[in-house]
Design a protein around this ligand. Structure first.
Ligand SMILES: *[C@@H]1O[C@H](CO)[C@@H](O)[C@H](O)[C@H]1NC(C)=O
Ligand SMILES: *[C@@H]1O[C@H](CO)[C@@H](O)[C@H](O)[C@H]1NC(C)=O
Ligand SMILES: *[C@@H]1O[C@H](CO)[C@@H](O)[C@H](O)[C@H]1NC(C)=O
Ligand SMILES: *[C@@H]1O[C@H](CO)[C@@H](O)[C@H](O)[C@H]1NC(C)=O
Ligand SMILES: *[C@@H]1O[C@H](CO)[C@@H](O)[C@H](O)[C@H]1NC(C)=O
Ligand SMILES: *[C@@H]1O[C@H](CO)[C@@H](O)[C@H](O)[C@H]1NC(C)=O
Length: 433
């Protein structure tokens, strides 16, 4: 192999040897893989003394000039007597910038650049992306597919038009979009048959903020609520709000907001009884708005339990309650009438189904570490929260009176409540250990 000098150095050598003509032309050629191509060197010059070809700065072949004579290292390259370089067969890697330098008899050097483009498609698929904007009235989608030659044709959706581009951005009015809608970008190219057109898709999703729906804290401590929203497409704008009027929480000495990736944290400093209320984590994108509802209970410092212990306590309590509910419902399956006529227990099979699904639901809800299901209005969880404080039956009623409460979630019987109380005592014993 020859010593390879960088292109600028070679050009410097050339201009030192002889005057460069000043007509520095560039030609763009395309070639098909497997075919052949001839790269001409600065036209047909009669008195050509020497010629050399370089590709991407490296000498391919040279004859009679200031460089050491070199036969092409690659059998596919041939230096023709007239100075042209022929390549056969062409491969994809031949794409690149060729430079021909040629010395004429009158000490003039001619330089010509040839840009060779081999027709090909990359092995990749196009890339579908959502363009980040604050605007929720529309969605911008970006489809890009780089590396194909010639430039591919891209199209968003069946009814769109194909456009010759490597990157196609569309703006869609959100009123025409719906949750779960799949947006597809198709790429066409002469090397791909229609059936083999490459594509990529984006599935649009409304936000779904997740977090702990119920929190109990000691008065005077700092409390951090975490809300995670990572399913929405396009990414949602998430905010913390407080109270039934859902006032936007403004950071300050009382409230500290921080975000880490998809997590938005709200720290409430020095919890007091005034802070006992609903908080909302509100996520919005062009497809819609979803809220996580969190209720904070503030315990006075006389309470011996930490938030963690209370959490375990609630979990134990509710697993117990679930078993009790299931047992009770099953043993009374002929007589229970749930939710004021919502379900008449005539059919044994129906009732068994109901018990199964309720059971599952309650156990799922009580696992404290898992992302809770409290999205929108999960009133079941609100009720569960109320169970430990047996002194506020009024509040239970208040909550149950909320119009969102599904009728079938109401306490089935008085007797069941009693059984829950029993379970609670057991759980309390557990906590003391
Ligand atoms: C450069 O060469 C081309 C043809 O090879 C010719 O048409 C053009 O006029 C030349 N330009 C100059 C500045 O000499
Ligand atoms: C070309 O250059 C060489 C060496 O620099 C010199 O001897 C010769 O006379 C030059 N020829 C012409 C035609 O200028
Ligand atoms: C679309 O994506 C491509 C590739 O990431 C990028 O170069 C281009 O700037 C994007 N266009 C817009 C409008 O964001
Ligand atoms: C979106 O569509 C609605 C109704 O179809 C229209 O009122 C609104 O102006 C459109 N918005 C944009 C940004 O085109
Ligand atoms: C509560 O937060 C405030 C403000 O960040 C801080 O000064 C204080 O030390 C924190 N208190 C506790 C108990 O962590
Ligand atoms: C916390 O708030 C109470 C009143 O609710 C106040 O008396 C106390 O000084 C506050 N503590 C801190 C550390 O700010």
């Amino acid at each position: 192999m020859n010593t390879v000098a960088p292109l600028p150095l070679i050009l410097l050598i050339l201009s030192a040897e002889a005057a460069v003509s000043g007509n520095d032309t560039e030609t763009v050629l395309s070639a098909t893989p497997g075919g052949s191509v001839i790269l001409d060197c600065a036209g047909q010059r009669a008195a050509r003394v020497w010629t050399s070809w370089m590709k991407d700065g490296n000498i391919i072949t040279s004859k009679g000039g200031p460089f050491t004579d070199t036969d092409p290292a690659d059998q596919r390259f041939t230096l023709e007597p007239n100075g042209s370089l022929s390549i056969s067969p062409v491969i994809t890697e031949d794409s690149g910038s060729f430079l021909c330098s040629s010395g004429l008899s009158d000490n003039i050097t001619v330089i010509e650049r040839v840009q060779l483009q081999v027709i090909h498609v990359p092995s990749t698929h196009p890339d579908c992306m959502v363009v980040q904007t604050q605007d929720t009235s529309s969605v911008q989608l970006n489809c890009s597919w780089f590396g194909a030659y010639p430039t591919p044709r891209l199209r968003w959706e069946e009814d769109g038009d194909f456009q010759v581009t490597e990157s196609l951005v569309v703006t869609l009015n959100s009123s025409k979009l719906s949750d779960g809608q799949k947006m597809t970008c198709t790429a066409q190219h002469e090397l791909l048959t229609k059936e083999k057109a490459r594509s990529c898709s984006i599935i649009l999703k409304t936000p779904y903020p997740e977090g702990q729906p119920l929190v109990t804290v000691l008065q005077g401590t700092n409390m951090t609520l975490t809300c995670t929203e990572n399913v929405s497409v396009p990414p949602a704008n998430t905010t913390w709000r407080k109270g039934q009027s859902q006032d936007l929480i403004v950071p300050g000495s009382k409230y500290i907001l921080s975000s880490e990736g998809p997590e938005l944290k709200l720290t409430i400093v020095n919890m007091s009884e005034d802070d006992e209320r609903y908080y909302f984590c509100r996520s919005e994108n062009a497809l819609g708005v979803q809220e996580l509802e969190v209720y904070i209970t503030v315990k006075t410092s006389s309470s011996a339990y930490t938030g963690a212990v209370i959490g375990v306590f609630i979990a134990a309590l509710i697993v117990g309650s679930a078993v009790a509910v299931a047992k009770a419902l099953y043993s009374r399956r002929h007589t229970i009438c749930l939710g004021g006529g919502f379900m008449q227990a005539e059919d044994r099979g129906d009732v068994l189904d109901l018990v199964d699904s309720d059971d599952e639901q309650i156990i799922h809800d009580t696992v404290p570490q898992l992302p809770p299901l409290a999205n929108g209005r999960h009133t079941t969880l609100v009720q569960i929260h109320r169970i430990p404080s047996s002194d506020d039956h009024e509040e239970i009623e208040a909550v149950e009176a909320k119009p969102q409460l599904p009728a079938q979630k109401e306490e089935p019987t008085e007797e069941l409540k009693e059984e829950k109380e029993e379970e609670k005592e057991e759980a309390e014993d557990l906590v003391l250990f």
